[in-house]
Design a binder for this molecule. Structure first.
Ligand code: ZN
Length: 160
């Protein structure tokens, strides 16, 4: 079947800043499983998948506005050092911060004695991205998945 709204799609991806080396790839792990039309992934990538089918491979350029948005000023926050656990804190590098809203990737700006300044912009904000996509599987969603707005298999799915 072709990819359309409410389809479940499993795919591998490699993402790079346009014209640069890859930043990240799913190739060495399980493919990502998403539900189309429910905001599971960035809009530019979701739109590019429509009408593709299992077995298709394609590349797509996604401008920052259709990816992780433009960088926003004023998103620096001062956080007590203890929130970072044992992670190494190097300015310019990314770490994962445990927040009330779940884990969040942040960029270290400045490391003090007891506090750390972090930039809360998404690490890929403001970047024009290139994705290489390989569609692994396409299937219809079941009713419960549509109700929840996400796929019910594999990791990354938790019910409360
Ligand atoms: Zn669910």
């Amino acid at each position: 079947m072709k990819i359309a709204k409410d389809a479940v799609v499993k795919f591998h991806y490699t993402v790079a800043e346009q014209g640069q080396e890859p930043l990240e790839s799913s190739k060495d792990r399980e493919p990502l499983a998403i539900l189309i039309g429910h905001g599971n992934i960035i809009p530019g990538l979701e739109n590019a998948m429509i009408d593709h089918a299992a077995g298709d491979s394609f590349g797509v350029d996604v401008a920052a506005a259709d990816a992780y948005g433009e960088r926003r000023e004023g998103l620096t926050q001062r956080v007590p050092k203890k929130h970072f656990g044992a992670q190494k804190l190097v300015p310019g590098e990314q770490v994962v911060l445990q927040t009330n809203f779940g884990p969040r990737a942040v960029t270290i700006e400045k490391v003090g004695m007891s506090v750390v300044d972090v930039d809360l912009n998404h690490p890929m904000a403001g970047k024009d991205l290139h994705f290489d996509i390989e569609i692994v599987e396409v299937r219809e969603a079941v009713a419960e998945e549509l109700e929840h707005g996400h796929v019910h298999e594999g990791d990354g799915h938790h019910h409360h």
